[in-house]
Ligand binder design. Structure first.
Ligand code: AMP
Length: 502
């Protein structure tokens, strides 16, 4: 079987009665997980056949069975935030149509404000109560090849529309294999998930657990607002492994709560998504010295992770942490502007080749062609390479060190944001003639400069902006100007604007 859903097939054969996933309300064994997912796959096949499935549900076991259900029908799934602005969802639907949207009785009312004419809206409760037709599902699965898309995950796009990163089944199959062997997972592994499902860090948890027959516990999202309570949750649920964003790890370290716990069951602490400062990592290491720690790196475009560093020595609080070396089946190149391999200690763009590289951005050949290119070091055959836009270098020990971004993409509280997407949304607000978003790294906040004749109170402005962009992209400060400054070649002068914040 070439579909990643074979991981669920195998786990449900070997570990049928063991708990596969659990949220606050529901716990599913591997056999139940498979049965419900097959029922959902059958329902899709009986409706309009295999079509991309947008899963518009809260993070839950229900959402997971929908992902698997899409795969059983032979189609990719598209996880979206339950708080997604309707204008953003419309753009996603338009790019995927014709497609399904799966939702529940609570969220369906929001869709009234959304143009869903090109999508078929389905209720989870109806899909999951269908009777599975195994012959129908098996036939659909037999047509899937491992270069087919497993999911499309939307990330912020600089032109204002989110980009649909399209990942193949092979990416996830190889990734799950790497996760299990690198972290020595087995059927006794218990993972506490943090990453939202529309963020690809969640694939570590979902497929890592499924590959080894472990248990995936969906940590209630509200707990992440209360770092003091998280170690208690890990303790109570006998968690053995976590893969969380540094923002959460930092909040826990700074709260001082770690010194109250020993967490003897916890073995693996991995993190990814932004820079992890050694200052806070050292607090974790001191409080929980029996755990192993790993810094993983990767953008959504390469199946979550392409390099990693298992922390194997002491670091000073101010030292940078390596992002390490390439994962299995991945190759990392650091290329100079003119396409040469950068020598040791020289910065270049981090570029990636391997089975995890995305198929491209869904329905966007032009932006795909810019990011996914031929490896300039290989003139012999076609070899696709993803240009991350991140700057990095190899140190003397052969480890990759992360420097930062080449462009206007930022990481804010673990979320990837293109400042251009905020600017495009701002231009949709009445009275705004031009806009420029700047990230103030000292204060860790987004500042929006707007060219306008009128006055715009921040709160009212953000109510408008929320129709287009998610909460985490909203600016903390709004600076109205009669005219934004321009450079000699008539671009907005970001340098001058940034200086006004100093
Ligand atoms: P995303 O697509 O949301 O996973 O964001 C990918 C971007 O996050 C990368 O291109 C990096 O800029 C940043 N990133 C991911 N992992 C790390 C890490 N371990 N250290 C520093 N930055 C990271």
């Amino acid at each position: 079987m070439n579909s990643a859903v074979c991981l669920l097939e195998r786990a449900s054969e070997k570990y049928a009665s063991r708990t596969a996933v659990q949220d606050e309300d529901i716990s599913l064994t591997y056999a139940e997980y498979r049965r419900i997912s097959r029922a959902i796959g059958t329902a899709f096949l009986r409706m309009d056949g295999a079509r991309p499935v947008i899963v518009y549900l809260p993070k839950s076991t229900h959402a997971l069975t929908c992902f698997m259900g899409a795969m059983y029908s032979g189609a990719p799934y598209i996880p979206v935030d339950a708080h997604i602005p309707m204008r953003r969802l419309e753009k996603i639907i338009a790019g995927l149509a014709p497609c399904y949207i799966v939702t529940d009785e609570n969220l369906i009312a929001n869709l009234r404000e959304c143009d869903t004419s090109e999508a078929r809206v389905c209720l989870y409760s109806e899909l999951s109560s269908a009777e599975a037709d195994d012959a129908l599902v098996d036939k659909a699965l037999s047509r899937v090849i491992d270069t087919d898309p497993i999911y499309v995950m939307f990330t912020s796009g600089s032109t204002g529309s989110p980009k649909g990163v399209t990942i193949p089944h092979r990416g996830i199959l190889d990734y799950a294999e790497w996760v299990v062997s690198t972290f020595e997972f087995n059927e006794n592994t218990v993972m506490a998930n943090q990453a939202p499902f529309y963020f690809d860090n969640s694939t570590f948890d979902i497929y890592g657990c499924m590959r080894c027959g472990g248990k995936l516990v969906l940590t209630p999202e509200t707990l992440f607002m209360f770092p003091l309570k998280l170690p208690q949750f890990l303790d109570e649920h006998d968690i053995t492994s976590i893969f969380w964003v540094p923002t959460v790890m930092i909040n826990i370290a700074n709260s001082g709560v770690l010194s109250d716990y020993t967490l003897p069951k916890l073995k693996n602490v991995a993190f990814c998504g932004e820079v992890m400062p050694n200052k806070q990592l050292n607090i974790w290491r001191k409080a929980l010295p029996h755990c192993s720690y790993a810094n993983l790196y990767g953008p959504t475009e390469i199946t979550d992770v392409c390099c990693y560093y298992k922390v194997d020595k002491e670091f000073g609080d101010a030292d940078p942490l390596p992002i390490g070396k390439a994962c299995e089946n991945m190759r990392v190149l650091i290329l100079t502007e003119d396409g040469r391999e950068a020598p040791v200690n020289e910065a270049g763009e981090l570029c990636v080749i391997g089975t995890g590289v995305a198929l491209g951005y869904w329905n966007a050949p032009e932006i795909s062609a810019k990011a996914f290119v031929q490896n300039p070091l290989n003139p012999f055959y076609s070899e696709r390479m993803y240009r991350t836009g991140d700057l990095a270098y190899f140190n003397e020990d052969g480890l990759i060190m992360f420097i930062g971004r080449k462009d206007n993409q930022i990481k804010h509280k673990g979320n990837r944001i293109e400042l251009g997407e905020i600017e495009t949304a701002a231009m949709c607000v009445e009275g705004v003639e031009n806009a420029c978003a700047i990230f103030d790294s000292n204060k860790q906040e987004i500042v929006l400069f707007v060219e306008t004749k009128g006055t715009l109170p921040l709160r009212r402005f953000n109510v408008e902006l929320k129709k287009y962009i998610p909460q985490y992209m909203l600016p903390s400060m709004l600076i109205p100007m009669e005219k934004l400054p321009h450079t000699a070649n008539d671009k907005i002068d970001r340098v001058t604007l940034r200086k006004t914040l100093e």
